[in-house]
Design a protein around this ligand. Structure first.
Ligand SMILES: Cc1cc2nc3c(=O)[nH]c(=O)nc-3n(C[C@H](O)[C@H](O)[C@H](O)COP(=O)(O)O)c2cc1C
Length: 359
C-alpha cells in the first residue's frame, strides 16, 4: 500500500488519503454565489479519488474578492449554495474544505480570462480596496490603510464566514494567509509599514492573522483548521521561511492542525525559481521546525513524485492544483502508477469500474 493513498487522521477525523485538491479560484460566481460550474468542478475531483477537496478562496466580505467573479461566504444565501456542493463531495467519499480569504490590495481586479488587466474601476463594477498600508501592488489601484475599526470588522467577518462554512458542512477551514492577499500583506514588511500594534515587530505583523485564527477556531470548533502561508516573498527585505516557521508554530498553538506551504505573490518584482516540487523544501523546513501536519504544493505532477515527498518525510500530505485540472481522476491514475490495488479498489467509483486498468 502506498503512503500517498493511505488514510490520514487529523483532529479525530480520518481523511481517506493524502492526495488533496489545492484551492483554485474559478472566477465564475455571481454575487459571491457558487453555482452549477462549482458543483461539477469540485465534485469531479472527489469522483477522481481525492482525499480532500478544498474549494477556492472565498471572500469573507464583498470587498475582499479578488475579482467580481469570486465566491464568498459573507451571507447565508452563499452558505446555502455551498451546502449541496459539500454534500456532493462527501457522497463521493472525500472530505471538503474551503479557503476563507480577503484579497486586500489585490482585490477588485479583472478575471484572468478577461481582456483587461489590473484593477476594475469603481464605475465598471470594481470597488475601493484596503490594506495594512496605503501601498499599491504594482499596477493596481492604491488601497486605503485599514483603521482599527476596520480591523475589528474584519476579524468578525472571518468568524461569521467560518460559522457559515461550518453550517454548510465543510470539514476543513483554511485561512488564506498566502499569495500576497490581505493577511500576507500584514505579515510582510514590504507591504506593512504600520506603526501601531499591527506593524513593526514579527509579533505585531502576525497579530491580525493570530486573531483571525482564534476567531475562526471559536466559530467552527469541530472543524479542522488550516492556514496557507507563502513561505517566502522571493524578494529582498521580504517575508521569509524563518518567520513562516515561527508564525506557523504560533498558529499551531492556537489550534491550527494543518499548515499549507506555498510561496510568493506579494510583489511584482519577486524572482521565483520554479520546477518540479520547487516549494517542497519550504514545507519540509516548516514541518521540521513545528512538528505540525504540513502539506506541500507546486508542480507535483504524478503519483510517484507525490509518494516520494511523503516517504522522504518532507510533508504529510500533497496538494495538487493544475494536475487535477488536467486530469480530474488524478488519484485514480496515481493508484495505478503506484500499483496500489487496494487503494484503486476503494477509490474507483463503482459506476466507472469497467474502465479500471488491471495489472
Ligand atoms: C486556476 C487557479 C486558481 C487558483 N486559485 C487559488 C486560490 O483560490 N487559493 C490559493 O491559495 N491558491 C490558488 N491557486 C494556486 C494553487 O492552489 C496552487 O498552489 C498552485 O497552482 C501550485 O500548484 P500546482 O503546480 O499543482 O498547480 C490557483 C491556481 C490556479 C491554477
Amino acid at each position: 500500500m502506498s503512503l500517498l493513498l493511505s488514510p490520514l487522521a487529523i483532529d479525530g477525523r480520518t481523511v481517506r488519503n493524502r492526495l488533496w485538491v489545492s484551492p483554485m479560484c474559478q472566477y465564475s460566481a455571481t454575487d459571491g454565489l457558487p453555482g452549477e460550474w462549482h458543483h461539477v468542478h469540485l465534485a469531479q475531483f472527489a469522483s477522481g479519488g481525492a482525499g480532500l477537496v478544498i474549494a477556492e478562496a472565498s471572500a469573507v466580505v464583498p470587498e475582499g474578492r479578488i475579482s467580481p467573479g469570486d465566491t464568498g461566504l459573507w451571507n447565508d444565501a452563499q452558505r446555502d449554495a455551498w451546502a449541496p456542493i459539500v454534500a456532493a463531495i462527501h457522497s463521493r467519499g472525500a472530505a471538503a474544505g474551503i479557503q476563507l480569504a480577503h484579497a486586500g490590495r489585490k482585490a477588485s481586479t479583472w478575471r484572468p480570462f478577461d481582456d483587461e488587466r489590473g484593477s476594475v474601476p469603481v464605475e465598471r463594477g470594481g470597488w475601493a480596496t484596503v490594506a495594512p498600508s496605503a501601498i499599491a501592488f504594482d499596477g493596481y489601484a492604491e488601497p486605503a490603510a485599514l483603521d482599527t475599526a476596520g480591523i475589528e470588522r474584519l476579524v468578525t467577518s472571518f468568524a461569521d464566514a467560518a460559522r457559515r462554512a461550518d453550517e454548510a458542512g465543510f470539514d476543513l477551514l483554511e485561512v488564506h494567509a498566502a499569495h500576497g492577499y490581505l493577511l500576507h500583506q500584514f505579515l510582510s514588511p514590504l507591504s506593512n509599514h504600520r506603526d501601531d500594534e499591527y506593524g513593526g515587530s514579527l509579533e505585531n505583523r502576525a497579530r491580525l492573522l493570530l486573531r483571525v485564527v482564534e476567531a475562526v477556531r471559536d466559530a467552527a470548533p469541530g472543524r479542522i483548521l488550516a492556514v496557507r502561508f507563502s513561505a517566502t516573498d522571493w524578494a529582498d527585505g521580504g517575508w521569509h521561511v524563518d518567520e513562516t516557521a515561527t508564525v506557523a508554530g504560533w498558529v499551531g498553538g492556537l489550534g491550527a492542525r494543518v499548515i499549507d506551504i506555498s510561496t510568493g505573490g506579494l510583489v511584482a518584482h519577486q524572482r521565483i525559481t520554479t520546477g518540479p516540487g520547487y516549494q517542497v523544501p519550504f514545507a519540509a523546513t516548516v514541518r521540521e521546525r513545528t512538528g505540525l501536519l504540513v502539506t506541500a504544493v507546486g508542480e507535483i505532477s504524478d503519483g510517484p513524485h507525490a509518494e516520494r515527498i511523503l516517504q522522504d518525510g518532507l510533508a504529510d500530505a500533497v496538494m495538487v492544483g493544475r494536475g487535477w485540472l488536467r486530469d480530474p481522476h488524478f488519484a485514480l491514475r496515481a493508484a495505478a502508477e503506484l500499483a496500489d490495488d487496494d487503494a484503486a479498489a476503494a477509490l474507483w467509483p463503482p459506476q466507472y469500474v469497467r474502465a479500471r486498468p488491471r495489472a
